[in-house]
Design a protein around this ligand. Sequence first.
Ligand code: PEP
Ligand code: CO
Length: 458
Amino acid sequence: MNDNMFTAAGTAQATQQTIDGLERWRELNPLQQPTYLHADELETALTELRQQPPLIFAGEADVLTEHIAKASRGEAFILAGGDCAETFADATADQISRRVQTILQMAAILTYGGSVPVVKIGRMAGQFAKPRSADTETRDGVTLPSYRGDIVNSHEFTEEARRHDPRRLLEAYNTSASTLNLIRAFTTGGFADLRFVHQWNRGFLSANKNYKRYERTAAEIDRALKFMEACGADFHNLRSVEFFAAHEALLLEYERALTRIDSRTGEPYGTSGHFLWIGERTRDIDGAHVDFLSRVKNPIGVKLGPKATADDALRLAEKLDPNGTPGRLTFITRMGAETIRERLPKLLASVNLPHVTWVCDPMHGNTITSSNGYKTRRFEDVMSEVSGFFDAHAEAGTIPGGLHMELTGDDVTEVMGGGAEIDEEGLRRRYETRVDPRLNHDQSLEMAFQVAEYLTSH
Ligand code: PEP
Ligand code: CO
């Protein structure tokens, strides 16, 4: 039996009703969509996109659903990380490998801390579309359309660059394909060997000012690895890891064109990535995004900001996960360090859905502008939201399922604080993000060591 192919036979199995349902979002006034000037250019791009092979297979999405279900029970921990906005220019071998490396390094530390498997997910190979609070941007008296991610327009501040260009849909697909190909090669070809990963972490420790604090954990991991080796553990099996791709399913034309019917089940799967999420700005219960994602079988996430009520969460769960399938629905809370301790325990107590997985995004509720004009975050606020997340779950008797981070493997200076004590002036040195500030490589590892401490103590 061919397990996970999307074929014409599969299409025949799906009912017309299922197929028609995938178009329903069009009647629901989808928010945050591009405005293309030429309908024929869009149609040409979509026709081509519909003919492209899927980027992921349904069976892989199902495996991820099972892993996320484990996280909902505390038998695994999710680590999702990557750029706020990927760019076509940064999809280079070096940058992709450094991002994957950073996630693997963090995962090794967290696996030790939590004594459970870490489910590794990249905000990668498809994170090209950004929701924006304003449709336009004004600089020196010139107003142009906002940058909406490389899948829509270019960041450069010219009229031509900011035009919404449907050919970018294909470039996003191709860039996702090559990124995913490289990720698959890295994570199965020996790069993920646990012993190497641990050696990389030792390199970080010797350079970090907070070395003392993390030394003990690192030494314990050392001993654990030696113990495994002495017991004859087969390290060959630890050379490859599962790694999944996730992005915000924002551009519904793109997601629709890459939604295919699985021949095994006759069910639709979004094949642009394994895990798809709905952002804070597009999670209206009657909106287009919720409708569309309610119809695909992937594991999905919904961001919940500080204003989300228990009623919002319950209605979203009812619509997106009516059967209460473990692993299907993840709530990604992003409340802000100040708010989480007050809001999250109450939300958890009133929602009370054990099959739902709760993940913490400690980034998006903690964005500030520095006095010299940079969009930034404080490392201590990010950490404070993470600790608030663990405390809230301990208080409510629920399971903290994982973390969702904006990070990069590069030595950028976008988030203030951390061992290198980046201050407002320091932000100038290497501020490269296209949208939101990311933890750099060192800050990411520092966060992993601190979270490992929470996991050990919770
Ligand atoms: C994001 O994850 O980059 C994002 C825009 O988040 P949110 O929808 O939570 O604001
Ligand atoms: Co962001």
